[in-house]
Design a protein around this ligand. Structure first.
Ligand code: CA
Length: 504
């Protein structure tokens, strides 16, 4: 879809109230009006405990339907509520992508005995004990589901390894041994072999596992009418498995079924190699770009803004990069904490929402407010989303003459009146300006800063050139004066509200 925007519709610390699916349903019309064209929903199946975010995956077939783990609903609600929400989203042509946790299972029903070797946690290819029988949580019976949808039960031989924790100090990673049993080799090479992440590590080479997960994939696509999947933790999963799974789902359902993978690594080459390995059948989150945003946000005017995209996936594989500012893993207090500082977030969003390349993903936490509590933030995001819908079309040109202020021009589409825009991003501590050419056909037009931060309109010169301004450590988005007046009303209202708060 032209100028599509994905929204990650959850954050790490949502309350365990079972209300997310209901909220999502009620929000569908609002999301549509905002310009959201797809939502990425959290893992929607039964986790090891109700309050878990879903990444401690227990039973993929229990979408909040069976009494298991002392609950029918998940943290987010029941299966019926989820189906309702998806139906509502589809009314507004919003696609739904499910978060899929294939790497591990957690919350086994029974312990089993099996032969395993202890491995060095820092290099999992090094064995630090002889093979011996151990006991671990590897049997998943799903007795509350009673074989509905799938009779498959999981046992130690369906896993490659397991972490056994007797206490915080007495914690070990074991590799389960047996015929044809080893870590998958086609995984990330960090820690020698990064197949193991947590819990009971699923063996994606086991033929019964492959067919069970393929069957589940087709089942869940049909059951929920999904449009796509976000594949969790793929650097810990056999790339051959992922490749065949993606092919299987596309072939069985829809060649345009959408996949984005989470390969959490800031190394561009690794991401590019992964895309090649899976034959460009999926997109990847642009993790290097996220870390650039993070660094820029922490470095103030010491950061050369021209470097922001230099090692980014979107610069190298523009049609396979999902650009984002933050997510549930990078937010404060979470596992991969690397949050972009508040002042820079709107600037980063301006770049991912207004540039031509990349599939931008808006984080629930950034829109609804966690960490950065200024009310202006949500309104700035609204302005940017509207600018993306109305103005961010056509070819682009970057102005990169200065390390502290960069300019972006979109020339617009002939078929879209008022399309075209000019953006300035600045990390400098004084107000600055740039001369930019927005095209001869715009000569004589009056352009305004949609964010309302620069009050003075500019007139585009006969040659298509004008001087555009930006305030210190801020951004501005310039477009033709016309149907955008309401922003000024919105912004001035907000400023009034802030002022009255300050007075109190
Ligand atoms: Ca694994």
């Amino acid at each position: 879809m032209k100028n599509g925007v994905m929204m990650q519709y959850f954050e790490w610390n949502l309350p365990n109230d079972g209300l997310l699916w209901k909220k999502l349903k009620e929000d569908a019309v609002n999301l549509h009006q905002l310009g959201i064209t797809a939502v990425w929903i959290p893992p929607a199946y039964k986790a090891s405990e109700q309050k878990n975010q879903g990444y401690a995956a227990y039973d993929l077939y229990d979408l909040g339907e069976f009494y298991q783990k002392e609950t029918i609903r998940t943290k987010y609600g029941t299966k019926a509520e989820l189906i309702d929400a998806i139906e509502e989203l589809h009314k507004y042509r919003i696609s739904v992508y499910l978060d899929v946790v294939f790497n591990h299972k957690i919350g086994a029903d029974q312990k089993e005995k099996f032969i395993a070797v202890k491995v060095d946690p820092e290099n999992r290819t090094i064995e630090i004990s002889d093979p011996a029988e151990i006991e671990g949580w590897t049997q998943f019976n799903f007795s509350g589901r009673k074989g509905r949808y799938s009779p498959f039960t999981w046992h130690s031989y369906h896993f490659t390894g397991i972490e056994i924790e007797n206490s915080k100090e007495d914690k070990h990673i074991y590799r389960i041994t047996g015929e044809n049993k080893h870590w998958s080799q086609d995984v990330d090479k960090e820690k020698g072999n990064f197949d193991f992440l947590m819990g009971a590590d699923v063996d994606h080479k086991h033929p019964d596992v492959i067919s069970e997960l393929n069957n589940w994939g087709n089942w869940v696509v049909k059951e929920l009418h999904l449009d796509g999947m976000r594949l969790d933790a793929i650097k810990h999963i056999s790339s051959a498995f992922i490749h065949q799974f993606v092919d299987h789902i596309k072939t069985s359902n829809n060649p345009n079924f959408y996949f984005v993978g989470e390969y959490w690594k800031a190394d561009l080459l690794t991401l590019e190699n992964y895309l090649k390995t899976v034959d460009y059948s999926i997109d990847l989150f642009d993790v290097p770009l996220h870390y650039n945003f993070r660094e820029a946000s922490m470095s103030g005017d010491k950061y050369d803004l021209r470097k922001l995209f230099s090692n980014a996936l979107v610069a190298r594989s523009p049609s396979h990069a999902v650009t984002f500012v933050d997510n549930h893993d990078s937010q404060q207090g979470s596992s991969l904490e690397s949050e972009v500082e508040c002042w820079f977030k709107p600037l980063a969003y301006a770049l991912i929402l207004l540039r031509k390349d990349g599939y931008p993903c808006l984080f629930y936490g950034d829109y609804y407010g966690i960490g950065c509590q200024e009310p202006v933030q949500k309104n700035l995001l609204k302005i940017l989303l509207e600018a993306r819908q109305k103005h961010a079309y056509g070819e682009e040109k970057l102005y990169l003459s200065s390390p502290n202020v960069i300019g972006l021009v979109r020339y617009g589409d002939n078929g879209r009146p008022n399309s075209g825009l000019a953006t300035l991003i600045s990390n400098h501590d004084t107000n600055l300006s740039l001369m930019m050419n927005v095209g001869l056909q715009k000569a004589g037009e009056k352009w305004i800063d949609l964010t309302g931060s620069v009050k003075q309109a500019v007139e585009i010169g006969k040659d298509g050139i004008a001087e555009f301004h930006v305030l210190a450590r801020n951004f501005s988005v310039w477009a033709k004066w016309g149907n955008t007046r309401k922003h000024f009303i919105g912004i001035s209202d907000i400023l009034k509200r802030i002022k009255s708060k300050c007075r109190k």
